[in-house]
Design a protein around this ligand. Sequence first.
Ligand SMILES: Nc1nc(=O)c2c([nH]1)NC[C@@H]1CN(c3ccc(C(=O)N[C@@H](CCC(=O)O)C(=O)O)cc3)C=[N+]21
Length: 291
Amino acid sequence: MRILDGKKTAEQVRQEIKKEVATWVDKGNRPPHLAAVLVGDNGASQTYVNAKIKDCEEVGFKSSLIKLSDTITEKELLEKIDELNSDESLDGYIVQLPLPKHINEKKITQAISPTKDVDGFHPENLGKMVLNLPTFLPATPYGIMQLLEYYSIDTSGKNCVVVGRSNIVGTPVSILMSRNNDPGNATVTLAHSRTQNLEALIKTADILIVALGKPDFIKGDMVKEGAVIIDVGITRVTDSSRKKGYRVAGDVHFESVKKKASFITPVPGGVGPMTRVSLLKNTLLACKRKA
Ligand SMILES: Nc1nc(=O)c2c([nH]1)NC[C@@H]1CN(c3ccc(C(=O)N[C@@H](CCC(=O)O)C(=O)O)cc3)C=[N+]21
């Protein structure tokens, strides 16, 4: 079994980005600029957004953190988005999800200018992704593809089972895995809450991508010998023996599944860091595209 080390891979990718930024700035351009909008004070969201800002500093990007109260109205948030859309000093921005219940996430996602949508969530960018046109790929699926590429994992013709059909992970990663690219060219099945015989299906997976949000859901006896396991889950589970009072759990029970896997992503240190590095790649692309 080999670990798909997202932490190490992300660090390597950041070093490449850092060099590219330095060359870009040496030529007299301004550095890429990413902004993150955080509404409310959800603990996990704050951690992720702070990490994204730190990543920007590491590679020489400019970054802005826009903190808004969770009492903000949908109309006020849409006004803020208009402002960001027309801000020429800004290459890309993200609105961290989830948003408070009184705000319609679809409406917000669609209001973000597709040219600044470095999350790749806008319908126009998702459409381009489906057609294999150049665009911002959604960060987590893009991160997974980069990890597979870094470890030269052969996905062509393989059975890939994706568990979970969210707009930001399951659905787009199933498309990326099935299209005519390397990595890609897999035979993909997208499983969800209505899937019958999920366990039998999971057993057929040469590549298993799990994005459910159910801690330790996949156990060793459920997977095929030699499978490649990609764990997208990140749930904070209360654990009083830890300093922080919680542990971060994936959707895969690592200890039992690692005995059967050929490759497996750990949590933390797997898909999460790759997600963040994808955001940097998209922002660099947004910045260079305008020039
Ligand atoms: N507009 C928007 N874009 C997103 O990309 C987005 C979002 N909203 N909302 C929430 C999810 C989740 N997400 C993570 C990114 C990195 C880690 C990450 O780096 N995790 C570390 C540490 C985990 C921890 O300590 O909590 C790891 O897995 O090693 C986790 C989760 C981005 N998301």
